[in-house]
Design a binder for this molecule. Structure first.
Ligand SMILES: [Zn+2]
Length: 526
């Protein structure tokens, strides 16, 4: 009885039972099964920052898993095991995921890196095992494959039943000679399915490669790192355009400083191609790296004992690349600020600056704009909302939200109000939506001209005819000719049938076609 109890106690305690125990165990042969189980356990343990999905299936039905770590808007991409026998790179990918996730959960630094900050800005995507069929064949041999294909696999393996040197996928195609980067000119190719070196009959035809390409475009990473083994070298340049060399060389130098891996000379590597890194550099024009971990040990996988030292060399790489990726992303997405002139009825409103965002919406500081129209402003810091009230009615908008409230109605703004260097900016078109003012944006200069709406509200004095455009409020210097002017007062001038809110201007009288209705946005040349 005592013996049975002991066995029952020991059996499930093999791993990850004690609190804080690691899920990823670098001391075991990292199989597809271990990978799948560990990904699920990590996602369950760290649901706030880890997600995973299958980006495709291999011919033999194995999932090509992608794991996302972090919540940021910028993305970077790590992958491993393009080549079957190089599966210690899968362990390396998985070790990064777990170690970074644990530091995040415990809100601690990792080797001096502020993990919460970094993963809040950048999401690191991993495909730890690009080629699970090949890895499985290399690790377990024919037994994991249907008997009907054994003969073909042995033929691809030059007649051998020992698959320890296998690099290709299980169709004998090398997944890292499949990418559409100098593929046509690739030399030293086996023209038939083979354990190594066969680039396939056309680029991007292997399932593994199709999945990687589609996923890359989906996540749009700033930097990619494709781990291989072995040799402790670093590929960083593939016919890299001159304009990008300094950017990428700087990163390569830091990579080398961390890992001690020596850089492969660009002239040597320019004869290659077909690799993920080659493709990423060529097609996306962004930095990509192929580190070859470990000391060369012949035509087989690295020994498990090699992991400890390669982890030591690479443990910061994920967080450092995430940080660099964020810098590239932020540079691309930064708001270009330039001064813009805004005229209200011909008179310039004083602005220090205005920001143009990517969509071309002109942002202006909300205060001078709204006070020019007589609004009184109230900022609610908890709600991050501004309420503006005045003769034109009421506006309520919230930072980061396109939906705003104008005179009790929900409207969608052209862009969300935002904070820039401590100042709240709104899209300038807010004012035409709120008041019916006519806006003209001059794309050449960025200047914006705002024409106040003509006041058509009836005069409160019943004895005075309903004459629009009272010069006193607001000052309309030149009553625009295109605004329909009623030629005769209404039959009952004392009845205030016109809306009090000038933004809701009477539609033009019949017969006055072609008029510009206040509130219309006129963009010359747009
Ligand atoms: Zn490789």
């Amino acid at each position: 009885m005592a013996l049975v109890l002991l066995v029952l106690t020991l059996a499930p305690a093999g791993r990850s039972q004690a609190a804080g125990a690691n899920i990823v165990d670098p001391s075991v042969t990292y199989t597809y099964g271990v990978l799948t189980r560990d990904i699920r356990e990590l996602a369950a343990k760290y649901p706030d920052i880890i997600e995973y999905k299958s980006i495709g299936k291999t011919l033999y039905g194995r999932d090509i898993w992608a794991v996302g770590l972090g919540t940021g808007s910028a993305t970077v991409f790590f992958n491993g095991s393009h080549h079957a026998r190089e599966w210690l790179t899968t362990t390396l990918n998985m070790q990064m995921i777990e170690q970074y996730a644990a530091a995040y959960a415990e809100n601690r630094n990792f080797e001096g890196y502020d993990v919460r900050d970094i993963l809040g800005k950048t999401k690191i995507w991993f495909v730890p095992m690009v080629n699970p069929d090949g890895v499985t064949l290399q690790q377990t041999g024919l037994q994991s494959f249907p008997a009907s294909v054994h003969k073909a696999l042995i033929a691809m393996n030059d007649g051998s039943r020992n698959f320890k040197r296998w690099k290709a996928n299980a169709q004998g195609v090398d997944p890292n000679r499949q990418y559409d980067a100098n593929w046509e000119e690739l030399v030293n190719n086996y023209y038939y399915p083979h354990w190594m070196g066969h680039k396939g009959t056309a680029p991007m035809t292997a399932r593994e490669n199709k999945a990687m390409i589609a996923f890359t475009y989906e996540i749009d990473p700033e930097i990619a790192v494709s781990y291989h083994s072995a040799g402790r070298i670093l590929y960083w340049n593939f016919r890299t355009p001159a304009a990008n060399v300094a950017r990428d060389k700087r990163l390569a130098n830091i990579f080398t400083a961390f890992t001690g891996y020596s850089q492969v000379s660009p002239s040597y590597n320019s004869n290659g191609g077909g690799g993920y890194t080659d493709w990423f550099i060529q097609k996306l024009g962004r930095p990509a790296f192929t580190p070859e971990i470990g000391v060369k040990t012949g035509e087989t996988n690295l020994p498990l004992s090699a992991f400890r030292e390669e982890w030591r060399r690479n443990k910061k790489i994920g967080l450092w690349i995430a940080q660099e990726g964020y810098a590239l992303w932020a540079e691309k997405n930064k708001t270009t600020v330039k001064p813009v002139s805004v005229f209200l009825d011909g008179k310039r409103i004083e602005y220090d600056l205005a920001a143009f965002n990517e969509e071309g919406a002109t942002y202006v500081s909300y205060k001078p704009l709204l006070t020019s129209f007589g609004y009184k402003l109230k900022w609610e810091s908890a709600a991050k909302s501004v309420t503006a009230t005045g003769d034109y009615g009421k506006i309520r908008f919230t930072l980061g939200k396109k939906e705003a409230e104008i005179n009790g109605k929900t409207v969608t703004l052209t862009a969300a109000p935002r904070l820039y260097e401590g100042v709240i900016y709104v899209p300038v078109r807010l004012i035409s939506q709120a008041t019916g003012a006519t806006l003209t944006v001059y794309p050449d200069t960025g200047a914006v001209s705002i024409k106040s709406p003509v006041r058509v509200a009836p005069d409160p004095q019943p004895t005075v005819p309903n004459v629009p455009a009272e010069p006193s409020e607001p000052p309309v210097q030149e009553p625009p000719v295109e605004i329909p002017t009623p030629t005769e007062p209404g039959p009952e001038p004392s009845t205030p049938t016109q809306p009090e809110v000038p933004g809701e201007v009477q539609p033009p009288a019949a017969g006055s076609e072609g008029v510009v209705i206040p509130g219309t946005i006129v963009e010359p040349g747009a």
